[in-house]
Design a protein around this ligand. Structure first.
Ligand code: PEP
Ligand code: MG
Length: 887
């Protein structure tokens, strides 16, 4: 296969092969935008290298050919002593992984060509500055030398000069620094810095390939659910220089505000600098609008290009550019990361501009983003009364409260103990990733909206305030000082508002988001702000497109009512076990301790009216919509006192022990199971404890009859849990039908109730054809189905070994979170197919946690379920994803 593509040969649709950066550089080249010439080595070459430890055959020759072409185009050779061509070697994967992989600039410089570069540029300082950057970057990223050694040497040189600005170092200082850097390389890399330009290039390419598996890249991929086996492309690009003096510089920009979507000029610019200086937040940048004053021509051209890009990509883009002595060059563009709020706003803005249609607008947002918008935020009144420490930039919205910590390690440590922490840094770099993941929010004192902290936090949906320059952050001493001399030590609580950029001392209470109030029906979309209106428009279209229905898992009238306001079209799972808790435990004890049929009947009779009232409330809240009520599922001993506690109590009391306690202890012992999840629960209880299920069915039927009498429209459905064989279901169904007939007789009200089952055991899925003979509906209980298919205990497993499994790539995400398509999903498919073969009008739903997980909702759409059911708060997310799945 072809392993190297010139920028003129690629395009934006080749992201798999050329990575995002390479594909978009090619796209811009073909749009006629000013992109320095270059070529891209494919991800395929990377995958080969990572697998075999050597470059694929033919790659060296292809690189030779493309390098020669590049040299011809530029009229100079790589590292040519009197006028060197220099190149950058940049990583670029299918999915953007900001700062996670390596880049090496200024390849082609050595002791001879540095003089040629100085002569050509007429600037000796510039040439030596570029050279010291090469030795530094190359030493660190290619030869694996500790980067701090170079930083310390650079600091020492500045100190000797009595300055803290890189730009105050002159050519002689930098020349000295190059010598020092080379010495550091010799000592710590066990080899000399390579002076052969082609060797530099080859080593840098391999280093970029290898950086795909750098620990921080691996962590980032896991976090962002990016597959581990894609590999990165490598872009070799002719260097243009932002460090050629004050008429040069480098910057980053967005075509719209990535936090709000508002149109305007958003970005940062740094004079006399090379790219890395901006993104790393090493030196303070100026707002991009300043460029209008500094270089009006380049500024105007940049705005034109941004407009071209937005119209071409029909989306918000972010870009990196460099100005070399007044000439603008585009170094990168991509469809930009944005906050959840901006995603909704931008989708509607582009819709209004006619750049995209309604389907596309719905496709442009995600359920995860919607979920983020539903997070609470700071209560404005309470925030006003709190001590405001400072205001930084609102880099990534949300409200975060936690203890200040000053290192990634400490963040991970405290978060591991269950504490909420805010990671406070001067600026972050890719090594801080683990701490950012662990923290509730991130606060930095330097760097703009495009700094590492901001970009990464936005990608993770994590609250971030950056560039709070008034804060003096002392990482070593683990404290920061705010204006007015307030000092915050590690462990003190602060609150940061990523929507306003405000930083408060202490804990500020949080309140519901306006999006939630809109879903609650408490905020009319017409009165809401632009965001609420955007959410409203997108949801309306998603609902219109969705084929899957959305129901809620709810077992109180309050939850049912809320779910209904959130758009649920019924209840897919009403768990009845909470109805056996609290004061009612006494009655459950009586039931279990009953020695005669009479005693048992009395206990059940006491429970029945309570259950009936519960059901009445829920049927009322969901009037006119289906309510699937599941008969009791958990093992009964869950409602009894703890075995050890009770045993101790009885033992301590000795001869004085309450006889009731003794009896109870006996029962607890008798009912004790080694594997209660695989024990006496679900349908098995119904078959073993006479009258239990019948009581529940009677309560449902009476509740429905009362609702009818009250003029309501109850639609109960009776669901039997943990069925593995049709015979189990038949027995319970026949009993339930008998009870329904009795109640009909008694009350004179005929309330039809479907009788169906959960599919939550592999055997149920595999014999679904038979089970459908006795079931009018199936609801996939994918919590138990995942547990029993994998043999993972749903209650223990997450803590025990999932971390290791994720690390090893056994799965990319917990199968309890996102439905495992290949295993559990296969069982679902079989059950759908065979169930419908038996009973074409079989109703099919899912009520495991997966019902509210975006990826799993798409699966449910694909296999043809009728509805998903999820917790009330996830209902809007499921509605949106149901719509997206249909587009
Ligand atoms: C399930 O197993 O997926 C389910 C919904 O039932 P529960 O979580 O109550 O076991
Ligand atoms: Mg279950």
């Amino acid at each position: 296969p072809k392993l190297v593509y010139d920028f003129t040969e690629g395009n934006k649709d080749l992201r798999d092969l050329l990575g995002g950066k390479g594909a978009n550089l090619a796209e811009m080249t073909n749009l006629g935008l000013p992109v320095p010439p270059g070529f891209t080595i494919t991800t395929e070459a990377c995958r080969y290298y990572l697998e075999h430890g050597e470059l694929p055959g033919g790659l060296a020759e292809e690189i030779d050919r493309h390098l020669s072409a590049l040299e011809r185009a530029m009229g100079k050779r790589l590292g040519q002593p009197d006028d060197p061509l220099l190149v950058s070697v940049r990583s670029g994967a299918r999915f953007s992984m900001p700062g996670m992989m390596e880049t090496v600039l200024n390849i082609g410089l050595n002791d001879e060509s540095v003089a040629g570069l100085a002569a050509q540029a007429g600037d000796e300082r510039f040439a030596w500055d570029s050279y010291r950057r090469l030795v530094q970057m190359f030493g660190k990223t290619v030869l694996g030398v500790d980067g701090d050694l170079f930083e310390d040497a650079l600091e020492a040189a500045k100190k000797a000069k009595g300055t803290d600005q890189d730009t105050d170092l002159d050519a002689a200082d930098l020349r000295g620094l190059v010598g020092t850097f080379k010495q550091i390389v010799r000592e710590h890399a066990g080899r000399d810095f390579p002076t052969d330009p082609r060797e530099q290039l080859d080593l840098a390419i391999k280093a970029v390939f290898t950086s795909w598996n750098a620990p921080r890249a691996v962590l980032y991929r896991r976090q962002e659910r990016i597959p581990a086996d894609l590999g990165t492309a490598v872009n070799v690009v002719a260097m243009v220089f932002g460090n050629m003096g004050m008429d040069s510089g480098t910057g980053v920009a967005f075509t719209r505000d990535p936090a709000t979507g508002r149109q305007g000029v958003y970005g940062d610019y740094l004079q006399n600098a090379q790219g890395e200086d901006v993104v790393a937040g090493i030196r303070n940048t100026v707002p991009l609008t300043e460029l209008e004053r500094l270089d009006p021509r380049s500024y105007a051209e940049l705005l034109r290009i941004m407009e071209t890009l937005e119209n071409h990509y029909r989306d918000m883009c972010d870009i990196e550019f460099t100005i070399e002595r007044g000439k603008l060059w585009m170094l990168q563009t991509r469809v930009g990361k944005r906050t959840a709020a901006a995603a909704f706003r931008i989708a509607c803005q582009l819709l209004d501009q006619g750049l995209i249609d309604e389907d596309e607008a719905v496709a442009r947002v995600t359920g995860d983003q919607l979920a983020q918008l539903m997070f609470p935020r700071f209560d404005a009144a309470q925030a006003d009364g709190s001590k405001l420490l400072t205001t930084g930039m609102n880099a990534s919205p949300g409200a975060a409260v936690g203890k200040a910590v000053f290192s990634s390690e400490r963040a991970v440590e405290l978060a591991g103990q269950g504490q909420d922490v805010i990671l406070v840094r001067r600026e972050t770099n890719p090594d801080d990733l683990a701490g950012m993941v662990a923290a509730r929010g991130v606060l930095t004192s330097r760097g703009g909206k495009t700094s590492h902290a901001a970009v990464v936090a936005r990608g993770m949906g994590k609250t971030c305030v950056c560039g709070a320059e008034e804060l003096d952050v002392d990482v070593r001493a683990a404290r920061f000082t705010a204006p007015g001399g307030v000092t915050v030590q590690e462990g003190e609580t602060i609150s940061i508002d990523g929507t306003t950029g405000r930083v408060y001392l202490g804990e500020v209470p949080v309140e519901d988001s306006p999006v939630v109030r809109y879903f609650e029906g408490a905020l009319d979309p017409g009165e809401g702000d632009e965001l609420v209106q955007a959410v409203h428009r997108i949801m309306r279209h998603a609902d219109a497109r969705a084929r899957l229905g959305v129901r809620a898992n709810a077992d109180t009238p309050e939850d049912a009512a809320r779910a209904r306001r959130f758009g649920a079209r019924g209840i897919g799972l009403c768990r009845t076990e909470h109805m056996f808790l609290g004061d009612r435990r006494r009655l459950v004890e009586q039931l279990i301790l009953a020695e005669t049929d009479d005693e048992r009947r009395t206990a059940l009779a006491a429970l029945e009216p309570l259950q009936r009232a519960d059901f009445e409330g829920i049927l009322e809240a969901m009037d006119g919509l289906p309510v699937t009520i599941r008969l009791i599922d958990p093992p009964l001993h869950e409602f009894l006192p703890d075995l050890t506690e009770l045993a101790v109590k009885v033992a301590l009391a000795g001869g004085d022990a309450d006889p009731r306690d003794r009896k109870l202890l006996e029962a607890v012992r008798r009912l004790h199971e080694q594997n209660p999840m695989l024990g006496l629960r679900g349908v098995r209880l119904g078959l073993v404890i006479p009258g239990l299920f019948a009581m529940q069915v009677r309560a449902i039927a009476h509740a429905a009859a009362r609702r009818v009498a009250a003029g309501g429209d109850p639609r109960p459905e009776i669901m039997i849990p943990l069925v593995g064989a049709v015979q189990e279901l038949e027995a319970v169904r026949d009993e339930a039908r008998g009870v329904l007939a009795e109640v009909r007789e008694e009350t004179g009200v005929d309330v039809p109730a479907l009788i169906g089952t959960m599919i939550e055991l592999p055997r149920a899925a595999l014999t679904a054809g038979q089970i459908a003979e006795a079931a009018e509906f199936f609801s996939f209980g994918t919590n138990d189905l995942t547990q029993t298919t994998w043999g993972f205990s749903r209650d223990d497993v997450e803590a025990a070994f999932f971390g290791r499994y994720l690390e090893l790539g056994v799965f990319g995400v917990s199968p309890f979170e996102t439905l495992d398509r290949e295993g559990v999903g296969r069982l679902v498919r079989i059950a759908v197919e065979e169930g419908r073969a038996t009973r074409p009008d079989l109703k099919l739903g899912i009520c495991g946690e997966h019902g509210g997980d975006p990826e799993s909702v798409h699966f449910c759409h694909e296999v043809g379920l009728d509805y998903v059911s999820c917790s009330p708060f996830r209902v809007p997310v499921a509605r949106l994803e149901a719509g997206r799945a249909a587009i």
